[in-house]
Write a new protein. Structure first.
Length: 247
């Protein structure tokens, strides 16, 4: 007996792998360039952050010079912004200013320990010294003024033109610049809020031993000192101001 013929078996074709389209070479190059640029920008940012982390604000030589630091008015934070000036050198600049009164020129910086010709050349573009007369004019311009009618001019009698003479006439005794408050100091001619605070700051560092020591205060030059001299004292007991016509 012959067996029944078996059904034909259909062959299953093998599975084909998915077709992945390869990136064009131009796209690969563009991607590599962008990745490299990103890495470079991140490296520059990290380097810049670590470079300037030691100081709050540092003057960059490549930046546009917007202002100069006045050696006679700069505080410790401002001095630390100068290139090559650390805490020790800033302290020596302040000590020189306290001892000598004020810088007369930028070249005088070489008298500060640790500053030679090379350091001076590096600092020169970033510092300045404002003259005492300029500071006096600036301070006088900031004083509050009250308009008042001009006094009647008598024939043959010159009219006093000194601003602040009204303040001087209102004083009944000399003002002790070692103990006076800011309000009391502002009773003096040419002394406004800013200059009064400078006087207080300076005496807190070192007591005034003579009237001449007021020249240590930035903004008080020879003209202002001559005006203040008969109205101030450094003694513990204030002296009474004697009017010119008083016998």
């Amino acid at each position: 007996m012959n067996p029944a013929p078996s059904a034909p078996v259909c062959a299953v074709p093998p599975a084909q792998p998915p077709i992945v389209a390869a990136w064009p070479r131009s796209a690969q190059l563009a991607t590599a360039f962008l990745l490299g640029l990103t890495a470079a920008l991140l490296a520059i940012h990290v380097y810049g952050s670590s470079r300037w982390s030691s100081k709050p604000t540092v003057l960059d030589r490549g930046a546009v010079l917007a202002y100069r630091i006045d050696l006679n008015q700069a505080d410790r934070a401002e001095l630390l912004q100068l290139p090559g000036v650390g805490d020790a050198l800033a302290g020596r600049i302040e000590a020189y200013r306290r001892e000598k009164g004020r810088f007369r020129s930028v070249d005088e910086l070489v008298k500060v320990g640790g500053i030679g010709p090379t350091s001076l050349a590096r600092l020169r573009p970033w510092v300045c010294v404002q003259s005492a007369d300029d500071e006096e004019e600036e301070e006088a311009a900031n004083l509050p003024t009250t308009p008042r009618p001009a006094p009647a001019k008598k024939p043959g009698v010159p009219t006093p033109a000194e601003p602040g003479s009204k303040k001087a006439q209102a004083l009944t005794q000399r003002i002790n610049v070692n103990t006076a408050s800011a309000e009391e100091l502002q009773k003096l001619p040419r002394i406004g809020p800013k200059l009064a605070q400078r006087i207080i700051d300076e005496r807190s560092r070192s007591r005034f031993k003579s009237v001449e020591d007021l020249r240590r205060v930035s903004g008080i030059g020879a003209k202002t000192l001559d005006l203040l001299r008969p109205l101030i004292t450094v003694e513990s007991l204030p002296l009474r101001v004697v009017a010119a016509d008083e016998s």
